[in-house]
Design a protein around this ligand. Structure first.
Ligand SMILES: *[C@@H]1O[C@H](CO)[C@@H](O)[C@H](O)[C@H]1NC(C)=O
Ligand SMILES: *[C@@H]1O[C@H](CO)[C@@H](O)[C@H](O)[C@H]1NC(C)=O
Ligand SMILES: *[C@@H]1O[C@H](CO)[C@@H](O)[C@H](O)[C@H]1NC(C)=O
Ligand SMILES: *[C@@H]1O[C@H](CO)[C@@H](O)[C@H](O)[C@H]1NC(C)=O
Length: 718
């Protein structure tokens, strides 16, 4: 689903849901911006997937022989593929498609211009061989057919289509007619010929092509985007040019933000982000129409300035920054692809294939923008099936020159928040491998699926327990005590006198002190406390499944399928450099701990204009002339300190810069140090990225100069 289906108010609320906003930029900090990007994409369905072959090259039929005499185009295409895994698509036709006649017995050369009876291009059979042999076999080619010349009910265009499809295996789509919305203005059709008449003619030709090639796929419209007189996609779809009737993977319109035919192109306007947004708005109903009929919307011819480009604008570093901003904005609108138009010597060409018209072969500044985009879309690993979702962006009011795009991996994954320690594990894992081998007449597909157990994390915990015991001890003792004892003795005496007997009883009382022994019992209580400390370690495992699909071209036709499954036991050593202790929630704030669609990359553009006055970089080897002198910006080149929050805490990011001496520069441009070989279009070296650390709150800081682009890559989000 594309954003353009939604009402403006819904888009606003979506922007908030995706939380890509810039909180503030405080004046007292000078040039600084604090930017919050949502670490995860909560509404992945609302974001657009950016195609790995987002970039395409567009050429005129008659220019193909010039391009094919040099390896530069194929080498540039292969650099893109080495990063993204897919070749850029190629569209061949342009305005020349409506001047082309297929001449089966014309054998002297692939294409020739003839002046009489009418100015046209003759194309012979060797044209097909040339196209087939020049482009790699996995190139997808869109091939243009003549709609203007209706002689014999367009039988020549139908024959051209049939022969092209038969002889060029890379042909994928057909276009029929270039910019038909301009036919009346250029006297190719009579006044009053509208989108309605176009639709009838298009269907007539497409039906005849379909009779011979039932599986033919078409890319209709090909409008110059005037969007008048019924030349719009809703009208076309209503007129029957739709998926119900034809194989239509995509509709194409053309876009140039400036024109060299009707005004004087302006370098500053090229890097004006809000102007770009306004210009692209007119495509919203067209994108919606294409999608609602089940097709995609493509800009199959585009560049900075229409009518071949403009020296001093199209061939400057400004065009590289523009290309990056334009591609990412278009991707957020769910535009499928942009094909950049090239002529053998035109000012807007991305490169000059070989010396001609006083120009030398070479790589133009805009191609550095293409390389930067390839780094932004680079696969996290070879064979990876990851695609990147591009989140809508927003520009802060007071930092309107800073533009930010978030690229999210479409794979739902766990956050990786482990922070401390290094541990090496050796374990044995069973790796079941199923290999399906399908032999077909053309190609062989190998699919291998492997599963391995990997350690996600190890956590160590310490537990203490305390126990208390009370013991009672009983003790007996004898104590001695002194005591006084009273003793009595009684004696009886008698005497006789006078016949009377008297009897006395005498009682003697005496006291005596003595020592006695007294037994005693005492009880005593004693408390004992024991502390037991135990250490435990738990290991969390996760299984990782890898599917690798490989297609190999076969020479000999074969038709059979076989599967083998086997399991091997392997000892695996894994060093977990970020390991054992989970950060405290207080450290990482509200960073999500759950599985999600995580931020993998961010592109930040500082589009504040800066010009150089260094005359040495105002010209380029393949440029027609230097940028005018005397436009150097005064004062030091400004830079902005950016704090960007949304990456995973404690990760280390790769930082890649698209740099040039100034917007007006034509040389001295690089992407983290890369240098092109201007004779071949290959790279002389590889990029040397900087690296920056994300702090424990998920924030990363870096500086970005005026007129510069930065790409941040978290290689752990795959
Ligand atoms: C139109 O096509 C016919 C062949 O069908 C060709 O002979 C003629 O020259 C073409 N006219 C123009 C103006 O290209
Ligand atoms: C062109 O097509 C129309 C409609 O199908 C048909 O009537 C006419 O005979 C055709 N003319 C030629 C030259 O094939
Ligand atoms: C205390 O005295 C008694 C009687 O003489 C004797 O049996 C006992 O063992 C004595 N106890 C101690 C702890 O001396
Ligand atoms: C940069 O230089 C170009 C000429 O190359 C000029 O048109 C443009 O206005 C200059 N821009 C700024 C911001 O100085």
């Amino acid at each position: 689903m594309g954003l353009q289906h939604l009402l403006p108010s819904t888009i606003l609320s979506l922007l908030c849901v995706n939380i890509l906003f810039i909180t503030e930029s405080q004046a007292q900090l000078g040039n600084s911006a604090v930017i919050n990007i949502s670490p995860t994409l909560s509404n992945a369905a609302a974001a657009s997937t950016m195609d790995s072959s987002f970039l395409g090259y567009s050429l005129e039929h008659n220019a193909v022989p010039n391009f094919a005499k040099s390896q530069i185009m194929v080498n540039l295409m292969n650099i893109w593929k080495s990063k993204t895994g897919v070749l850029p698509s190629v569209r061949i036709g342009g305005a020349a498609m409506d001047k082309t006649t297929y001449v089966p017995n014309f054998r002297t050369q692939p294409v020739m211009w003839v002046a009489t009876p009418a100015s046209e291009y003759w194309v012979g059979p060797s044209y097909f061989t040339l196209v087939k042999n020049y482009f790699p076999s996995d190139t997808r080619i869109t091939f243009g057919l003549n709609l203007v010349n209706s002689t014999g009910n367009w039988s020549n265009s139908v024959q051209f289509a049939v022969e092209a499809k038969k002889n060029i295996p890379q042909v994928d789509l057909f276009e029929i007619g270039n910019e038909p919305d301009l036919y009346v203005g250029s006297n190719q059709r009579k006044k009053g010929w509208t989108g309605k008449e176009y639709a009838e003619e298009w269907k007539f030709v497409a039906n005849r092509v379909k009779e011979v090639l039932p599986n033919a796929q078409f890319q209709p419209a090909v409008f110059a985007s005037s969007l008048k007189d019924g030349f719009d996609l809703s009208s076309l779809i209503a007129a029957g040019i739709n998926r119900n009737q034809y194989n239509i993977p995509s509709y194409s319109l053309h876009f140039y933000p400036q024109s060299a035919c009707s005004s004087i192109p302006n370098l500053n306007n090229l890097v004006d982000h809000s102007l770009l947004g306004q210009l692209l708005q007119k495509f919203n109903p067209e994108i919606a129409a294409a999608e609602s009929s089940g097709s995609r919307f493509t800009l199959a011819e585009s560049n900075s300035v229409s009518c071949s480009g403009f020296n001093g604008v199209s061939d400057t570093f400004a065009s590289a920054l523009w290309l990056v901003d334009y591609a990412l904005t278009a991707a957020t609108k769910n535009i499928e692809r942009i094909y950049f138009h090239n002529g053998p010597t035109t000012p807007y060409s991305l490169f000059i294939p070989r010396a001609a018209s006083g120009l030398k072969a070479g790589i133009r500044p805009i191609s550095f923008g293409v390389y930067f985009l390839a780094e932004a879309l680079a696969l996290p690993a070879q064979g990876s099936t990851t695609k990147f979702l591009v989140s809508p962006l927003s520009v802060p009011d007071d930092q309107s020159d800073i533009v930010v795009y978030g690229l999210y991996s479409n794979k739902v994954q766990k956050p990786d928040l482990d922070v401390i320690g290094t541990t090496t594990f050796v374990y044995t894992t069973a790796i079941p491998t199923t290999r399906a081998i399908v032999h077909t007449d053309k190609s062989q597909t190998l699919i291998s699926v492997s599963t391995k157990m990997i350690i996600r994390s190890v956590s160590t915990s310490t537990r203490s327990s305390t126990s208390t015991r009370i013991v009672t001890v009983t003790k007996s003792t004898n104590t001695t005590k002194r005591t006084t004892v009273r003793m009595t003795s009684t004696t009886t005496r008698s005497s006789v006198s006078s016949g009377k007997t008297t009897i006395w009883r005498v009682t003697l009382v005496s006291t005596k002190t003595t020592t006695v022994t007294v037994p005693t019992t005492t009880q005593s209580r004693s408390t004992s406390r024991t502390v037991i400390t135990s250490l435990s370690r738990s290991t969390f495992w996760t299984s990782q499944r890898t599917t690798i699909t490989k297609t190999v071209e076969r020479a000999t036709p074969l038709l059979s399928t076989s599967y083998t499954t086997y399991t091997t036991n392997r000892a695996v050593t894994s060093t977990n450099t970020k390991a054992t202790i989970k950060p405290q929630p207080t450290d990482i704030g509200d960073f999500p701990m759950n599985d999600g669609i995580f931020l993998a990359r961010a592109v930040i553009l500082n589009l504040s204009p800066h010009n150089t006055s260094d005359a040495r970089v105002l010209s380029c080897r393949s440029c027609a002339g230097p940028s005018p002198a005397g436009y150097g910006s005064t004062g030091e080149r400004s830079s902005t300190s950016v704090t960007l929050k949304g990456f995973q805490p404690n990760h280390r990011l790769k930082l890649i810069r698209l740099r040039g001496p100034g917007l007006n520069a034509k040389s001295g441009i690089t992407v983290s140090g890369i240098i092109f070989n201007e004779d071949t279009g290959t790279l002389k070296n590889t990029a040397v990225p900087e690296s920056v650390n994300v702090d424990k709150t998920g924030a990363v800081g870096f500086r970005i100069s005026a007129s510069e682009a930065v790409l941040l890559v978290d290689e752990k989000v795959v």
